[in-house]
Design a binder for this molecule. Structure first.
Ligand code: NDP
Ligand code: HSE
Length: 438
């Protein structure tokens, strides 16, 4: 038997605890794959006095990163602390002290990836990050290695487990947005600051990382247009269902010539299609490669053990030496990566509109007239009899008018909605979502 490899873990929260549990409970199996035992020697956390659900086998737990970074018996470290600082400084310290690093922190990579990857290269070390995108789905390896022969043409996915969990709870059991978010936090899916999940930031950071793997270009995540699920309400989900759709937070990246069209936004997806059937904390990635054609990946995108599965696979790959080879040869996030030119997403598609209108004669004709003036043809309209609504509410908030358009350009719809919202027949801002029929 080869000598054991001693590793350190920074962060023993949802993911870190899962990693320790998996390394302990599946030690025999993991030893077979790694060719030697992997022992968790030390852990660094914020509060060493906190009661833990797992025990660190090496028994050493502290709050000082140097306890791991300066321990020469440790060669690989899993950095499982979220956010930018002190995660960034810790990563720098670990690389400078000659450790190979495995991380699940996509915010850190999306924000500081080029700098950290350059440092790792300079130090002759590696950074592995399978868990940073889509949790347990091995999408980083799939795009970076298994599909390396392909020019990837497009990626479409559900990349945030918390948002998907919230939407599914709202549509399936009528939970309120707040209740569903609380449950997602209790289950350990959400970020420490859950606004990163619900405002689309987390999915956008993951999309930036995936797009780099797939297209070779680096897109600063903050430049990618994004809208989260935090502006949605349960009525929108009900109207979508009435029309045969579910609402999902969809991340899109498409290559055309030397431009990338990218966006994260809620969209209607047709019931029965794979994205619509992606429920709860599951994620999905659908991509098209020029040789392989369309592929679909589906699996748990958040949660303790699915994420630990990806982290431990990276630890094994690092121990075996596979990560170092890939890291050296692929030039990920190198200064030579071209910056991507962003294009608007090609948006000839159907659109779903919800407009709160005054309940008086001629309003429907005015709205459809504005749409017609912008060359937008209507596929269907829903307006329920407001018989159960309080007349005072109707006066104040108006009544919902829901319109599904035929295929049209997003620019035309945006212009039409802006004009509709300026009309005195409309109360508040209208909602406009793209519709994905395949
Ligand atoms: P948690 O909040 O559950 O755990 C964070 C851990 O980091 C805690 O153990 C905490 O210590 C430790 N920590 C915080 N600050 C410091 C510090 N200054 N020094 C040392 N340790 C510190 O986070 P998660 O486990 O959920 O997430 C970790 C990373 O994994 C994040 O980047 C997240 O985005 C990513 N991720 C999470 C997934 C999930 O489903 N949860 C899925 C995929 C990726 P203490 O315990 O003492 O408070
Ligand atoms: N908060 C993230 C999510 C964790 O809900 O998808 C997984 O990256």
């Amino acid at each position: 038997m080869n000598q054991p490899v001693r590793i350190g873990i920074v962060g023993l929260g949802t993911v870190g605890s899962g990693v320790v549990r998996l390394l302990v409970d599946s030690a025999d199996h993991i030893t077979r794959h790694a060719g030697r035992p992997i022992l968790v020697e030390k852990a660094v956390v914020f509060d060493p006095a906190k009661k833990r659900t797992v025990q660190v086998p090496g028994g050493k737990i502290s709050s000082d990163i140097h306890d791991i970074s300066r321990d020469e018996s440790i060669s690989v470290v899993a950095l499982l602390v979220g956010g930018l600082e002190p995660a960034r400084s810790m990563m720098v310290e670990l690389l400078e002290q000659g450790k190979d690093v495995v991380t699940a922190n996509k915010a850190l990579l999306a924000e500081h990836g080029p700098e950290l990857f350059a440092l790792a290269r300079k130090q002759g070390r590696s950074i592995a990050f399978e868990a940073a995108v889509a949790g347990g789905i091995p999408i980083v390896a799939a795009i970076g290695e298994c599909l390396a022969a392909n020019r990837i043409e497009s990626i479409r996915g559900i990349l945030n487990g918390t948002s998907n969990f919230i939407l599914t709870r709202m549509e399936e059991d009528g939970s309120s947005y707040a209740e569903a978010l609380k449950l997602a936090q209790a289950k350990g899916f959400a970020e420490a600051d859950p606004s990163m999940d619900v405002d689309g930031t987390d999915a956008t950071q993951k999309l930036a990382i995936l797009a780099h793997l797939a297209f070779g270009a680096w897109v600063p995540w903050a430049e990618i247009p994004r809208t989260g699920i935090d502006g949605l309400d349960i009525d929108l989900l009900h109207y979508a269902a009435e029309l045969g759709y579910r609402i999902r937070l969809v991340a899109l990246a498409t290559r055309s010539d030397d431009r990338l069209a990218m966006r994260v936004a809620p969209a209607l997806v047709k019931i029965g299609t794979p994205l619509a059937e992606t429920r709860g904390a599951y994620n999905a990635v659908s991509l098209v490669g020029d040789a392989v054609g369309r592929m679909f990946f589906h699996g748990l995108g958040a949660g303790q053990m699915p994420t630990a599965s990806a982290v431990v696979a990276d630890i094994i790959d690092t121990v075996v030496g596979r990560t170092a080879i890939t890291f050296r040869t692929t030039g990920l996030l190198s200064p030579d990566s071209p910056a991507a030119k962003l294009a608007g997403v090609a948006t000839h598609q159907r659109h779903f509109l919800r407009i709160h209108v005054s309940d008086r004669p001629g309003v429907l004709a005015r709205i459809t007239g504005i749409l017609g003036d912008h060359g937008i043809s209507i596929a269907s309209v829903i307006q329920h009899d407001p018989v159960q609504q309080d007349p005072a509410d109707i006066q104040q908030t108006g009544v919902p008018l829901v319109i599904m358009t035929h295929t049209c350009a997003a620019t035309a719809v945006e212009a039409a909605v802006a004009e509709i919202d300026r009309s005195d027949a409309v109360r508040g801002r209208s909602v406009c979502l793209g519709v994905l029929d395949d």
